[in-house]
Design a protein. Structure first.
Ligand code: IMP
Ligand code: MG
Length: 172
């Protein structure tokens, strides 16, 4: 595996994103909705830099098997919070094809939130097909398969502190 983004670069960038959110949502009480499992490291880092009165919830969605998207969404856990009239910030580990985030944004919009924004640690801009802009992007990365900082390959490597690129020979 080779290093793509180091722990210290991530730390600095997360602070910048959080400061931007703190400014953009001044006086508001957004609900952060994380997409499990991948979001948990980024979500924990981001939230601890947030100085607003916030709530936290999670959904669990699965679209990936191994190193590729299956093209279908499996919904494993829905939100518990009532999001009607609320400002929502969805927190994702990575946006690849955009399939997952498109699905979730459209689904949440049906529940009448006041606003929906998206924060993602990583963004494969060259691959993603989206009909909206991503509000808070940690890093744009090339279209390679990465692990670490919450991201997995078959549930492994989520605990790595840096973002690493998997070599093709590591992907079986
Ligand atoms: P999308 O639906 O194609 O945008 O993919 C989003 C989901 O696929 C993410 O939430 C990740 O769980 C997973 N994923 C996409 N790219 C990668 C990667 O490079 N490494 C690990 N997981 C990935
Ligand atoms: Mg994920």
């Amino acid at each position: 595996m080779k290093l793509l983004i180091s722990e210290s670069e991530i730390k600095k960038r997360v602070k910048v994103l959080a400061n931007k959110i703190n400014e953009d949502y001044k006086g508001k009480n957004p609900i952060f909705i994380g997409i499990l499992n991948g979001c948990y490291v980024f979500m924990a880092d981001l939230l601890r830099e947030i100085e607003l009165d916030v709530e936290v919830d999670f959904v669990k969605i699965r679209s990936y098997e191994g190193d590729s998207s299956t093209g279908t969404i499996k919904f494993r856990k829905d939100i518990s919070a009532d999001i009607n009239g609320r400002d929502i910030i969805i927190v994702e580990d990575i946006i690849d094809s955009g399939f997952t985030i498109n699905f979730l944004v459209n689904r949440l919009r049906n529940s009448g939130p006041k606003s929906v924004a998206v924060a993602t640690a990583l963004f494969k801009n060259e691959v993603a097909k989206l009909d909206f802009d991503i509000d808070y992007v940690g890093f744009e990365i090339p279209p390679e398969f990465v692990v670490g900082y919450g991201l997995d390959y078959n549930e492994k490597y989520r605990h790595l502190k840096d973002v690493m690129v998997m070599e093709p020979e590591d992907i079986k």
